[in-house]
Write a protein of this length. Sequence first.
Length: 601
Amino acid sequence: MAIAVIQPFKTKYLFGMVTSLLNRFMAFFIYEQDEKVDLETTTKSLPLNLGTLFLLIILLVESILALVDDNLKLAIPFVVSFLILGCSFYFLRKSKNVIGQRSFLGIIALILAVFVIFRGNAGIGVPWALFFPFIVLIYKGRNEGSLWAISFFLFMVLYFAIFQNLLPQKIYSLQECVIYCLLYVTAHIISYSLEFLRVEVLLAKERIILESQNQNEALEEVISKLSHQVRTPLSNITGVIEMLRTTTLNNEQRDFVNTIHTSSNNLVNVVNNLVMVSKTTLQEPQETINFNLYNTVNNVLQLFPYEQSKARFNISLSADIPGQITGNSLKLKQILLNLINSIIKFNKSESKITIEVLNKELMPEKVELIFKITCNLIYDTKQETHLSESFFNQQELVKLNTSKIINQFDLTITQKMIEVEGHSLSIIPQSDKTVFEFGATYLTSISKLSSAMPTTPEKKTTPTVTQPTVQKEKVEMKNANILLVEDNFSNQQIISLYIKNEVKKIDIAFNGKEALEKFGLAKYDLILMDVQMPIMDGFKATQKIRELEQSTNSRIPIIAVTANAFPEDREKCITVGMDDYISKPFQPEELILKIRDNLSK
C-alpha cells in the first residue's frame, strides 16, 4: 500500500523536475529573456534561437565527423560556419538593431547553403534546409519571410540545375533534386499556413483586448459625465439649503430643512464613493515593455483588412527613431485603433490613411515622437468659424474647435488617454484632407526602466505655465470686483447669491471667449472660472489670460469652480495656470474662504 502511494509521488516529482528544467531551458533561448518585451518579439525569438541552437549542434557534429575522417574539404567549411554562427548569435542577443537581425538571418541562409553544397557526412544536408521557411516566416512575417524562403529556393534550383553540373562529379541525382525541391515547396506552404493562423489568432486576441479596454474607458467616461451632471444641481441644492438655514424658521421648518440638508450631504458622499470606486476599479497600472514601433503600428493596421474596412494604409517612420523603444504599447495600439475606427466610420468613400511618425526630440534615454495620421476625410469647417479674431490667429481658431470635432468623432476617451501622459490631440481639417496629430514619449533604454519609469500610472507631466513675479496689491473682499465665468444660468444665480453680500461687484461671462473680452476691457481682482464651457473652455481661457499678463507684468487670481472632482482634475487646473480649485458641491463658506485667501495673497 505504501509503495503504491510513493510510486506516483516519485513519478510526479520527477515529471515536475523535468518540466521545470525544460521551461528554464526554453526561457534561456527567448531573445532578451531578462527584459519585458512584447508578445510578438517573444514568439519570434524562440524559434529563431532554438533553430540556431540545433544548427550549432549539427555543425559541431558534422565538423567532428569530418575531422575524424580526415576530410578537410568538409571539415574546414563546417568549422568556419560553426564559429561564424556562434559569434553572430552572441552579438545578436546583445544588439537590438534590426539590420543586425537581418544580417544574422543572412548568415543562417549561407550556412544552410553550405549544407546544400557539401551535403554533409551523412548526406542529409538538404533536409536541414527545409526548416529555413519556418524560421524566416515566423521571424520576418509572411511577406518578407516568403521573400527570404523563395530566394533560398531559387538558390537550390540553380545549384541543382547548373552549378553542380560544373563539378567533376554530381552530388545529387535528378530524382533527389526533384524530391528536395518538392519537399522545400511543401515546407514553405505549411510554414506559411501556420504563420497565417498564428497571426490571425494573435490579431483576434489583440482586438478583443483593445475593445475590452475601450469598454472600460467608456464606462469610466459615462460615470464621469454622470458625476458631473449630478454634482452641478446637487451643489445648487446644498447651497440653497445652507442659505435657507440662516434665515428665520420655526422649529418645524428647521427640522424639515435639517432633514433635507442631511440627505443631500449623504447623496454627495454616495456620488463621491461611486466615482472613486469606479476610478480605482477601471484604472489598471500601465505595463511598460520593450517593443518595436513599426511592428506595433503595423499590427494595428492588420486589424483593418481591406475587405471589411475599405481602407488603404501607408506607414512612414523617421529614420532616427530607435528600433526598440520602451513604454505602454497597448495604449498606443488602443489610440491608433480608435482614431482609425473613427476615420473609417465617418469617411463615406474609400479611406486612404497615411501614418507618419516623426522624432520631435531625442533626449538621453528618451524619445519624444509625433504621430501624424493624414486621411482623405473632408470635414466642413465653415460652421465653426464664428469666433472673433481679435485674440486668435487661424491656427488657434482651429485648435479651439478641436474639442467639438473630437466629440463628433467620438474621440473623447482617446483624447484623455493622450492627455494623461502630458500630450494633446490636435485635429486639423483642411480643404482636401484631415490631419490627426498627437505626441508620445518613450524610453530608448529598457535597462533603466526601474529607475526612469515606475510601474504605477504616472502623473501628468505637462510643464506648468510660467508665472511672472509681480508685486500684487492685497484687496479687501468687500472692495473686490469678481468675474464669474459660467455657462449655466442656474449656477450663475446660485454662486452670485453666495457672494453678492461679500464683494463689491460681480460680472458674468458665459464662456472663455467672452471672459477674455471682458478681461481686456475691465479690471478684475479675481476670476471664478468654470472648466467645461462651449466655444472656449476654462483651461484655454486661463492659458490666454496668463499669456496676456506676461506683457503687463500682472497676475489676477483664478479659482476653478467645477464639477470635475478627481485629483488629476485639480492638478490639471493648477498646471494650466489657475491658482486654486473648488469642486461641486461645496458650501458657501468654502467658496468665500477661498476667495478671501486668494485676494489676500
